[in-house]
Design a protein around this ligand. Structure first.
Ligand SMILES: [Ca+2]
Ligand SMILES: [Ca+2]
Ligand SMILES: [Ca+2]
Length: 319
């Protein structure tokens, strides 16, 4: 693992990547989604909880802020069901176990997914004051995070829970150096193991997610939920020129296995989510996650480590 991390930092430090918004710039995903806990799972959220981790480099000593765009549930951005009656709770965690506890990575609701030390929390209902606006948590000292060199530094966990109601909360996150605007913390990035988000309505938009294939990964098992048969999902890598993932229908789970080619080690996959042109599906919320051959969840990163992969014909044609 250590060697990959070194490679990782070389890449990060050589490029001034914008790695702090979630959804990330290169992902082209409009919003994250979390429904209230009385929500209908068929609307595209299987457990009404989302967890995003931020990594801050050890040498960053200035305070950091976690900012949420449109934290309320109501008004312009969100997905209404009946009355606006939902409540979203955002909680920021650091300290020992915040990320290293498996329950947090898995979003194991019957386990200790709120592991670590609570650094800040606030709940939002429908509230015009925050509609289409940013709310700022912090300041936090980066050393309040859990120090995990394998994940690049101090890790801060953001837990978003739909504690009441049945409406869909759409939102975005940003880790910032400033409380009043989004200014990136150099070298910081986000990662997430179970990703729950809204696709574009525009059928021509392609969304992306970027897992990193480290040298221990031999095969991945992908799982997706409630894709609504909206087109297809495929992998582009140095050795795969559009390998299809099995996709799910409405309120449905689907999974498929994908072997890793030796040349894909220490590169990212570009998993492309391509909408069906004729179906014109609106407001499509989706859940996706990956596991390796040891049944361990694999993170998606807010920057494609090593860059966005390009298929190399000379690798892909070999058996
Ligand atoms: Ca409602
Ligand atoms: Ca919202
Ligand atoms: Ca859906």
């Amino acid at each position: 693992m250590q060697r990959n991390i070194l490679l990782f930092f070389l890449v990060l430090s050589s490029l001034k990547l914008i790695a702090q918004p979630v959804p990330a710039v290169d992902e082209n995903i409009p919003h994250l989604v979390t429904f209230g806990k009385e929500g209908d799972k068929a609307w595209g959220d299987n457990d009404f909880t989302q967890i995003i981790f931020y990594s801050v480099p050890k040498d960053h000593t200035e305070p950091i802020y976690i900012r949420v765009f449109d934290p309320d549930v109501g008004g312009t951005v969100d997905e209404q069901k009946g009355e606006w009656d939902s409540r979203m709770k955002y909680s920021i965690y650091g300290g020992e176990g915040a990320c290293s506890n498996d329950d947090a990575k898995k979003i194991n609701l019957s386990g200790n997914f709120k592991s670590g030390t609570l650094l800040g929390t606030k709940s939002f209902t429908e509230n015009e004051r925050y509609d289409g606006k940013w709310y700022t948590f912090g300041p936090f000292n980066p050393t309040e995070g859990e120090y995990l060199p394998d994940y690049g530094g101090y890790i801060i966990k953001v837990v978003i829970e739909g504690v009441d109601g049945d409406d869909g909360n759409l939102y975005r996150l940003f880790m910032s150096q400033l409380p009043t605007e989004n200014q990136q913390v150099e070298g910081a990035f986000a990662f997430y193991f179970r990703y729950k988000f809204r696709l574009h309505d525009d059928v021509n938009e392609i969304s992306h997610i970027y897992p990193f294939i480290d040298e221990n990964v031999l095969a991945i098992k992908q799982t997706n939920f409630d894709w609504d048969n909206d087109g297809f999902i495929r992998i582009i890598s140095v050795a795969k020129n559009g390998e299809f993932l099995k996709v799910s229908g409405d309120n449905d789970w689907s999974e498929s296995l994908h072997e890793v080619h030796p040349n894909e080690k220490n590169t990212s996959y570009d998993i492309q989510l391509i909408k069906k042109k004729t179906a014109k599906i609106k407001s499509n919320n989706v859940v996706i996650f990956l596991k390796n051959q040891y049944d361990e969840l694999m993170p998606f990163y807010s920057v494609p480590i090593g860059g966005i992969p390009k298929y190399k014909y000379s690798i892909g044609i070999k058996p």
